[in-house]
Design a protein around this ligand. Sequence first.
Ligand SMILES: Nc1nc2c(c(=O)[nH]1)N[C@H]1C(S)=C(S)[C@@H](COP(=O)(O)OP(=O)(O)OC[C@H]3O[C@@H](n4cnc5c(=O)[nH]c(N)nc54)[C@H](O)[C@@H]3O)O[C@H]1N2
Ligand SMILES: Nc1nc2c(c(=O)[nH]1)N[C@H]1C(S)=C(S)[C@@H](COP(=O)(O)OP(=O)(O)OC[C@H]3O[C@@H](n4cnc5c(=O)[nH]c(N)nc54)[C@H](O)[C@@H]3O)O[C@H]1N2
Ligand code: SF4
Ligand SMILES: [Mo]
Length: 709
Amino acid sequence: MATSPATEERKKVYSVCCMCSVRCPIEVEIEHGRVVWIQGNPHDKGMGTSLCAKGSAGIAFEYDTERPQYPMIRTGERGAGQWRRATWDEALDYIAEKLQKIIDEHGGRAVALSDRGGPFNALHKAFLKAIGSPNYFNHHCTCDRNTFHAAKSVYGWGRKGTGFDYKKTKHIVLFGRNIVESLRVKEVKQVIDALDRGAKLTYIDPRATLTAAKASRFLMIRPNTEYALSLALINYLIKNNYYDAEFVRKHTTGFDELVDFVQPYTPEWAAQETGISAEVIKELGRELHGDKPHVIVHAGWMTARHMNSFYAARAQCILQVLLGTIEAEGGLPVAKDPKAAGNQGLNDLAANIPKVKEKRADGVGWMEGRKHYDVGPGLLHLLYPAIETGEPYPIKAYIAYRHNPLVALPDQEEQKRILNKLDLIVSVDVNYSETAWFADVVLPEATYLERADLMATTKGNKPGFRSRQQSVEPYYDSKPGWWILTELAKRLGKGKYFPYKDITDIWKAQLEGTGFTAEDILAKGFVDLVSEPIKYDRLGDLPFKTPSGKIELVSSMLTENGFESFKPYESPEAPPPGGFRLLFGRTAVHTHGTTQNNPFLNEIMPTNTIWINADRAKELGIGQGDWVEVSANGETAVVQATVTDFIHPEAAFAVHGFGQRVPAQTRSFGKGMGDYRFQKGLLGHYDPVGGAIALTDCFVTIKKAPGRA
Ligand SMILES: Nc1nc2c(c(=O)[nH]1)N[C@H]1C(S)=C(S)[C@@H](COP(=O)(O)OP(=O)(O)OC[C@H]3O[C@@H](n4cnc5c(=O)[nH]c(N)nc54)[C@H](O)[C@@H]3O)O[C@H]1N2
Ligand SMILES: Nc1nc2c(c(=O)[nH]1)N[C@H]1C(S)=C(S)[C@@H](COP(=O)(O)OP(=O)(O)OC[C@H]3O[C@@H](n4cnc5c(=O)[nH]c(N)nc54)[C@H](O)[C@@H]3O)O[C@H]1N2
Ligand code: SF4
Ligand SMILES: [Mo]
């Protein structure tokens, strides 16, 4: 651990932020056992000392009195908020006893766990493996699944198979990737530097975000029609020979089929669909031709939006290919892992645990129509029917570990109805999330400032290892995740697979044979495995992971599973008369439904508003800041209107995550509207090819709220 030259009472720890999920490297300053300052880790040059508002609010979070302070066991009805305080032993014994009974009666497969994904969760999977359950899930069904599967169908690797070389790029194209607000600190800095250097930024969104404000071109697209725009760009690039023929020849299969397919999708046709003129589409096409291959076409991140999201992301991947951007300077470098740097990589902590032979309860990987989905995290929304029907087999217990599905998945009422069939719901959280409030047992995990996590791998041009280490002692009676799972495993007779007394035992097991000790990594918070970036020859052999080893424009993964590689475009449903399509997204100062009650962030942004197009607002007699009723599916919320020219007339927009109703969170209780509360009936409404829920297939009406000025 690096100690500052000052005094023992004052020290600096290099760690990883966890105020949102993007995991920026941080430096934590501690005085007399209290966190007094958090900033970016200056050893990471791209990051520097910068931090976002949420990261800075980590101190307010740490010392907040409105977060769970000890284990709690429910005494009243689910969700009624009646609890008794328990010791850790009591709470873990309680859970273990219930789990053991379930395992004895139904097998380990009756236990499901979902988490927030990421590189620190190897023990979550090891725990499930040890009890014989294949039912590991994460948040992806409402986040990146469409993009992930789209990338997989084209390259054989997932969404993170490539990175972004902003430093040398000439043109960045973002389809609703709101980089400036839905942010990672390092990435925003790189993008702003690129713009200062003269790079172009084309931003496509039905509303103007702060990224739009920074863009050289903002295209206000009709909601859910970006597939049409991408097809027209492909058509235009091919028709004019504006694509990288050498790259396409060397690396792809299925080009001729692509050429045939895009024939009808001209810029003129797309103009009708998208509301963006053919001239502007062509101008963009010409610019991309001039700037290629130093171009970044971002295929999206949060793409659980509409029924065309998968094919839109696939078309964006195809644009990446046509522009020859893979491994190009200023394009999309292949993400290299430790093996590419000649290092064996971190050891698998679950290697000695027998393989689970059971099939997944969500059908992923084996059920007709679900074989092509990535089995890793499955699809959580497909667990609900299994809980409900007991098919393909009964699910009796669910552990939500750093996951808040009652806000992250649509239709809270329907979720609660189904979850109520379970014998046990456990929430491991650091907040009173809606899900924690509905659980049978709440286990407060030590916060990211109070715990150390497993060593993690960083992929990229400079692969490496990094660590989250403990900055301070737990402020309340909370425990680190590795300890919780180790203790639970022991109680279930699986202690032999978790022989860890301390996090240092875990680090040792992970690092054995890598040539590094934990101290090497803790000193700065990370190590690079190479001093110079690893570069491949983009026209030489590239390590595509498809069955053919090529970029598959006609995808074998899709063909084998009865899906089209090129799906004819279908126009999205227009909102009903007087209605709006409800869009959502992030703000720079909040994380999903997690930070609304944070003392600092609540003060900066205590509520959300509903964005309405100025012309539509005028028709409805709604003025700037008026209180309005937003209604859909029997749900109504009263919020203020943000009236603006900068949103498409078909759309309304609200920042996600507000409208929570957990009484223990007094600052955020009942403030603003919860987009997720309006998305009724959407729990089973998902793109069958990409797998993600189509969350924006939700229409609302808006009218002036009676009696409120
Ligand atoms: N309607 C609608 N739905 C959405 C979205 C949307 O915009 N609109 N966004 C979607 C997206 S992109 C995503 S990624 C998901 C996100 O949904 P989630 O993954 O549920 O959200 P997070 O904010 O990451 O936090 C999950 C839970 O982890 C808890 N937590 C935070 N830090 C820790 C920790 O250190 N330890 C433990 N044990 N718990 C912790 C938080 O308090 C929270 O309850 O939601 C998706 N769902
Ligand atoms: N501050 C902050 N940053 C975060 C997070 C956070 O919670 N807070 N969460 C992280 C996570 S988990 C994720 S997944 C990413 C998400 O990163 P993004 O996907 O970039 O973020 P969003 O804010 O969900 O959506 C961006 C925009 O998509 C637009 N949009 C809606 N429908 C369409 C459409 O059909 N086409 C197009 N082109 N645009 C559309 C919305 O108007 C919105 O402005 O952010 C990450 N960064
Ligand atoms: S974006 Fe902000 S909150 Fe998220 S990890 Fe980075 S510093 Fe923390
Ligand atoms: Mo996400």
